[in-house]
Design a protein around this ligand. Structure first.
Ligand SMILES: *Cc1c(COP(=O)(O)O)cnc(C)c1O
Length: 440
C-alpha cells in the first residue's frame, strides 16, 4: 500500500458530468468501493488521470438503460434471455378501471374481463391467471394435493431453466410425487396401478425442452382422462407452451393444443402466457369450474396475483385471437414471414452492408421457436453472415440499438426470423457501426 488517493470531493468534481446524470450518492458509492478495492489489493494508487479513467469505466455502464430493447438476430423466437415472446405494446401508465365496474360504480373483479376472454377462446368453463406457470402449478397442487399423491410419468419429471424442477415444486406444495413407468415408456396400466385412495390427480407434463425418440410410449390424454375419471381422481396437464393453434402452417409439427387437451378430458390445463400465446409473463389455468374454485379461495392466490400490465397485455393479446387477427400478435408476425420474404430481406441487407465495404453474404439459416415449446424442431430461415472477427459480437451488443447475433462455425450470423422487417434499417446501421468500431 503506497501513496494516497485524491480526496473524494476532488474526484467528484472531475466526474461532474456523470454526477449530474447518476446522482452524487451513486458516484460517491462507486468511488469508495473502487478505492477500497485498490486498497485491499495492496497496490499503489494510480495517477489521478488513470484513476478517473478507471472510475469512468465503472460509471458509464450505469448510465445505460437498465433493460434496453434489442434486435434479436439469434434466430430464437422465444428467447428466455431476451424476455421470451415479443408482445403487443400496451399503455398502463395512468389510472385504469382495474377493479371498478363503470356501469354500476361498484367494485369489480380485476380478473373478470380476462377470465371471460380466456373462457371464450379456449372453450373452458373457467379460467384463472397468476404470475407464471410455475406459480400456476404451485397453486393447483397446494389447493388440491396437499398431503395427497400426484401421479407423474418418469419420462416427464422435467427441469426447466434450472429453477423449475417438478419434484421440488411438488415438495413445496406439500404434495407427494408418485413416479410411474420408465424414462422412455409409461403405460396406462402403470398409472392404473399407482392410483390409491390417497391420489389427488394424474398430472401430465409437456416435455418442454427436450425430445425423446426411438422406443417411446405414453398414453394419450383421452385414455388418461378416462382412467382418472373412472377412478374418481383429477386429470391435469401442465402444457407449458400454451400452444393454441395449428403450428403446421408455420412449418412446425402439430402439437396438442390447450383446446384439444380440454376436449380430451383434462380438468385443468396450465401454461405460460409468454410462450406460444405471445403475451406477457403469466401463468394461465383453464378448466372446469369445480376444479378452479378452490384455487380462487386459496390464500396463496393473493401472493401470486398478476400485475395490471399483465392483465391489460393479456386481454389485448386475446382480443387479437378472438377477432381473427392473431397475425397481429408480434410472435405470429414473425412466424408468418415466409422463406422467400426472409431471403429477399437477407439479400437486401447483405447488399447494403457490401456497399459499405463489409464482407457480408446472404445465407440460408435455421431458426427455432425456443423457450421450451417445440424441442428438436427447426424453422427454415435466412440471414446474413460476416467473418467473426474479434470484438464484433461485443460491439454489436453494446451498439445503438444493441444487436444480439449468433456465433456459428467461425461466422457471425444475423438470422432474420426474429427480426421485425421494420428493424432492418436499424440493423444495417448498427452492424456498420459495430464493424467500423471493431476494426479500429
Ligand atoms: C415453461 C414451462 C414451465 C414454467 O413456466 P413459467 O411461466 O416460466 O413459470 C412449466 N412447465 C412447463 C411444461 C413449461 O414448458
Amino acid at each position: 500500500m503506497s501513496g494516497r488517493p485524491p480526496a473524494v470531493h476532488e474526484l467528484l468534481a472531475e466526474l461532474s458530468e456523470l454526477v449530474s446524470r447518476l446522482g452524487r450518492e451513486t458516484v460517491k458509492g462507486v468511488i469508495r468501493d473502487h478505492l477500497a478495492h485498490l486498497r485491499a489489493a495492496g497496490r499503489a494508487f494510480p495517477e489521478k488521470k488513470e484513476l478517473i479513467a478507471q472510475l469512468q469505466e465503472k460509471l458509464v455502464p450505469l448510465t445505460r438503460p437498465s433493460y434496453p430493447g434489442v434486435i434479436n438476430a439469434t434466430g430464437v423466437l422465444i428467447h428466455t434471455n431476451l424476455g421470451r415472446s415479443p408482445r403487443l405494446p400496451v399503455d398502463v401508465g395512468g389510472y385504469l378501471a382495474l377493479e371498478l365496474d363503470l356501469e354500476s360504480g361498484q367494485r369489480g373483479e380485476r380478473l373478470a374481463p380476462v377470465r371471460d376472454k380466456l373462457r371464450r377462446y379456449f372453450g373452458a368453463e373457467d379460467a384463472l391467471v397468476v404470475t407464471n406457470n410455475a406459480a400456476a402449478l404451485l397453486l393447483l397442487l397446494a389447493a388440491h394435493a396437499r398431503g395427497k399423491e400426484v401421479v407423474v410419468s418418469r419420462g416427464e419429471l422435467i427441469e426447466i431453466g434450472g429453477s423449475f424442477r417438478l419434484p421440488e415444486i411438488m415438495a413445496e406444495a406439500g404434495a407427494k410425487l408418485v413416479e410411474v413407468g420408465c424414462t422412455n415408456r409409461t403405460h396406462l396400466s402403470d398409472y392404473r396401478k399407482a392410483l390409491t385412495g390417497e391420489t389427488a390427480a394424474i398430472l401430465q407434463v409437456h416435455r418442454s425442452n427436450f425430445a425423446m425418440t426411438g422406443f417411446v410410449t405414453n398414453p394419450d390424454p383421452e385414455s388418461l382422462g378416462r382412467l382418472a375419471h373412472e377412478k374418481g381422481v383429477a386429470f391435469w396437464v401442465d402444457q407449458g407452451s400454451g400452444c393454441h393453434q395449428d403450428l403446421r402452417p408455420y412449418g412446425l409439427r402439430n402439437e396438442r393444443t390447450v383446446q384439444e387437451l380440454l376436449a380430451a378430458g383434462a380438468d385443468v390445463v396450465l401454461f405460460s402466457g409468454d410462450k406460444l400465446l405471445g403475451g406477457p409473463q403469466a401463468g394461465i389455468l383453464v378448466g372446469r369450474k369445480e376444479a378452479l374454485a378452490p384455487l380462487r379461495q386459496h390464500p396463496l392466490r393473493r401472493a401470486l396475483r398478476p400485475d395490471k400490465a399483465t392483465l391489460v397485455g393479456l386481454a389485448a393479446t386475446l382480443d387479437c385471437y378472438l377477432s381473427g387477427d392473431g397475425h397481429r400478435v408480434p410472435l405470429y408476425r414473425l412466424l408468418s414471414q415466409d422463406l422467400a420474404q426472409l431471403c429477399r430481406r437477407a439479400r437486401r441487407l447483405a447488399r447494403r452492408l457490401q456497399a459499405q465495404g463489409l464482407p457480408a453474404v446472404a445465407v440460408p439459416s435455421h431458426a427455432v421457436l425456443g423457450g421450451g415449446t417445440t424441442p428438436g424442431q427447426g424453422l427454415a430461415s435466412w440471414g446474413v453472415a460476416l467473418p467473426d472477427v474479434p470484438a464484433v459480437a461485443r460491439a454489436l451488443r453494446l451498439g445503438q440499438p444493441p444487436v444480439i447475433a449468433r456465433q456459428e462455425q467461425g461466422k457471425l450470423l444475423l438470422d432474420l426470423k426474429a427480426v421485425f422487417p421494420e428493424q432492418d434499417g436499424d440493423l444495417a446501421f448498427a452492424v456498420q457501426q459495430a464493424w467500423a468500431y471493431a476494426r479500429t
